[in-house]
Design a binder for this molecule. Structure first.
Ligand code: GCU
Length: 355
């Protein structure tokens, strides 16, 4: 038996249910609901107005081949206006260009995990904002950034957690970016690393304007199957980072996981029929590259139900270190090294975006 079928049998995953219905979009939205109520919380149904002010502009960046601009984005919320910075590096072109919205760990710095010049050289624009400019990454009783500006229902177990708030901000950044009329609507991606890879996936699941999602080393509660996973599990993540999720999620700790009505392949499938790339790092045992790989394979039937190629694994085996399987709608690469975004990851994502 192949690695994939053997492992998937052992993991006893809930079925995606895409092959059982003619209405694939309805099933996809049901999955978004399941994920809202059980892991990430409900994103408030609020129509935010977005405006922006340019705070910096360098129109001849990277030998004049690109421009770089910083903006102050202001969004309306039920509790009033809220502003955060956004940085855009964009190649100069007569045509509309692909765009990656990067949810970043760092405030705007030239490096900060993003090789801006190399990305622009490949004809791709990069917009980035720092997640802690949206709300702090710590337990603060939802008192910082946008968190207190939205009502919470103290009796509910599905109030949104901070991953949801960061994801919401990526959509608001896109609201503004689309007004610039610079980007190819078929080539818009959202990307993040680790906790922000989880965020990027949840963002794309909810916002279909993102046609691609790049999830780097997102691991537990992101791009790795949780059942049978090595490294981090639900009891650990909901102890240390409970504020990332809705309250309900910790109920699936330990043996209760068998009652969990989803696993992380639901999150990838919620992004179908759009494109998903998962980047694993060979030494990232905490995230568990094999469970990330299996997540791609387990999500594949969603794309197949649309008549599209899903995840195409070579010979049904696990990816060797350094290999990239990107012939289908779901791509996976197993990059050598530690938990971190690096140039090899960016190359894999951009190759996939430009295919
Ligand atoms: C911790 C956490 C992971 C997370 C990672 C990160 O290690 O346990 O779930 O992905 O931080 O965001 O770097």
């Amino acid at each position: 038996m192949s690695f994939i079928s053997e492992q998937l049998e052992l993991r006893k995953l809930p079925e995606l249910g895409f092959n059982k219905t003619a209405d694939l979009e309805a099933r996809r939205l049901e999955i978004v609901d399941i994920l809202s109520d059980n892991i990430y919380g409900r994103t408030p149904n609020f129509k935010s107005e977005v405006r922006a002010e340019k705070t910096f502009g360098h129109e001849k960046c990277f030998a004049g081949h690109a421009f770089h601009r910083n903006y102050k984005i202001t969004v309306t919320t039920p509790g009033g206006d809220y502003s955060f910075p956004l940085a855009l590096s964009c190649p100069k072109s007569d045509k509309k260009v692909p765009l990656i919205v990067y949810i970043s760990f760092n405030p705007e710095t030239p490096s900060g995990f993003t090789p801006n010049e190399e990305i622009c050289e490949r004809g791709v624009a990069l917009a980035k904002f720092c997640y802690t400019d949206i709300t702090a990454d710590r337990y603060d009783d939802f008192a910082t950034g946008i968190a207190p500006l939205f009502p919470r229902d103290e009796n509910a177990t599905n109030n949104w957690g901070k991953l949801g708030m960061w994801a919401w901000a990526a959509s608001r950044a896109l609201d503004f970016l689309l007004t610039l009329d610079l980007f190819d609507a078929d080539k818009i991606a959202v990307c993040g690393h680790s906790r922000l890879g989880k965020t990027a996936l949840w963002c794309a699941a909810q916002d279909t304007r993102f046609k691609y999602v790049f999830s780097n080393n997102a691991g537990c509660s992101g791009d790795a199957i949780t059942r049978g996973k090595q490294g981090e599990d639900i009891s650990v993540i909901t102890k240390v980072f409970n504020y990332w999720f809705c309250e309900k999620y910790h109920e699936y700790s330990g043996d209760a996981i068998s009652d969990m009505p989803f696993d992380q392949h639901f999150l990838l499938a919620a992004c179908s029929p759009r494109k998903v790339a998962v980047g694993a790092s060979s030494l990232d045992i905490w995230a568990d590259p094999e469970s990330e790989y299996l997540c791609c394979a387990a999500a594949s039937p969603a794309w197949e139900a649309y008549g599209l190629p899903g995840f195409i694994a070579r010979d049904d085996r696990y990816a060797e270190v350094g290999e990239s399987f990107d012939d289908g709608s779901v791509a996976f690469h197993n990059r050598e090294g530690e938990h971190s975004p690096c140039r090899a990851d960016w190359k894999a994502y951009i190759d996939f975006l430009l295919k």
